[in-house]
Design a protein around this ligand. Structure first.
Ligand SMILES: [Zn+2]
Length: 342
């Protein structure tokens, strides 16, 4: 590992080559304080397919950082193909951690996550602030680069040309000003005279966060509950595709976690979902549980099941997409989402 510049945020990062099992160079792995652990393929480094501004902000919000609390951390985002990431994860489960636990990301993943409106962005900033603060009312310190991630600051004018620090500061300050005027935060703006800034959430801000948490089903996240393993790879991709095509953001918990437990993280993902898509073809206990939990919260549920599988009685009452071939799923699921979720 060497000390270098993070290609995304410009901060300091350690870097090492990623090689495949034939020791052939396939890309670069970075560990950045701001963006966390991530790997980019040689192709992505050469010619971008992902919007790097969105990618940097995606990683700031979702990245895997090896902190004291999160140690050891084997997970990292990777633009390697999905199949490659799955294969490395399988190796990891067998105890070979040469390649760690890559979580696949690509243009679709980043675009689907990225907020589209100003109000979506300000909601996400507030929720992230709440997540970062260790106690209520804490004044959290942000370095300039962290602030650029938090405040959705664009760094690239074009692939080669970057905005000046002054221009990026004023982008960040727009959101600080906006949230201050709304009465949600207290804190200083960033300027060329300082390298960091302090932000804290006001009581009014906490009230808004409570409101957002209760109503976060208004967002675009959709939890997918199903059996995840090598045998369901085609199915999961089909389900993902249908959800993305309907304009929503699929959340597949195995891409975030690497154990099979029902965790607080999973429950909060269900609470934060607009609706839940469940495939019951493998009569997977976890999927039944997650469906029940979502229903208890009053979330809409869309069920899928492979033709010929007998469903549990209670569940069988619900309108279900019975599929024969995985290739039929994306368009049928998309249509069902458009027809039933407003
Ligand atoms: Zn970085």
């Amino acid at each position: 590992m060497t000390n270098e510049k993070c290609p995304l945020c410009g901060g300091r990062a350690s870097k090492k080559m990623m090689n495949d099992e034939n020791v052939k160079y396939v890309g670069m792995f970075f560990n950045c304080d701001v963006c966390g652990r991530y790997g980019l393929t040689a192709d992505e480094l050469e010619a971008r397919t992902i919007d790097w501004d969105k990618l940097r902000i995606f990683l700031y919000y979702n990245g895997f950082r090896a902190t004291e609390k999160n140690w050891p951390e084997y997970r990292y985002y990777s633009s390697l193909p999905k199949e490659k990431c799955d294969a490395y994860n399988l190796e990891f489960k067998k105890g070979i951690n040469e390649h760690g636990c890559p979580v696949h990301m690509d243009k679709d993943t980043v675009d689907a996550w990225y907020p589209r409106s100003l109000s979506e962005k300000t909601d996400m900033i507030l929720l992230k602030l709440d997540k970062i603060a260790e106690y209520i009312g804490q004044e959290v310190v942000f370095s300039r680069l962290e602030l650029y991630g938090l405040m959705f600051v664009k760094r690239y004018k074009t692939e080669k040309d970057e905005f000046s620090e002054e221009e990026m500061d004023s982008q960040a300050n727009f959101f600080i000003e906006y949230l201050k005027e709304a009465g949600y935060i207290k804190g200083g703006k960033i300027s060329l005279d300082n390298t960091e800034t302090y932000i804290s959430i006001t009581p009014k801000g906490y009230k808004q966060i409570d409101y957002l948490n209760r109503n976060s089903g208004d967002g675009r996240n959709v939890l997918v509950a199903m059996k995840f393993d090598a045998e369901t790879v085609v199915l999961r991709e089909a389900v993902k595709k249908g959800i993305i095509e309907a304009g929503y953001n699929p959340v597949l918990i195995d891409e975030v976690e690497h154990n099979n437990l029902i965790t607080p993280e999973l429950l909060s993902q269900i609470r934060n979902s607009r609706f839940v898509v469940v495939d019951l073809s493998h009569r997977n206990n976890g999927a039944y549980f997650e469906e029940g939990y979502a229903m208890g919260l009053g979330k809409p549920v869309i069920q899928l099941c492979k033709k010929g599988v007998n469903l549990h009685f209670d569940i069988a009452q619900i309108n279900t997409i019975i599929w024969d071939k995985e290739s039929d799923i994306p368009s049928r699921l998309k249509n069902r989402i458009m027809a039933t979720i407003d």
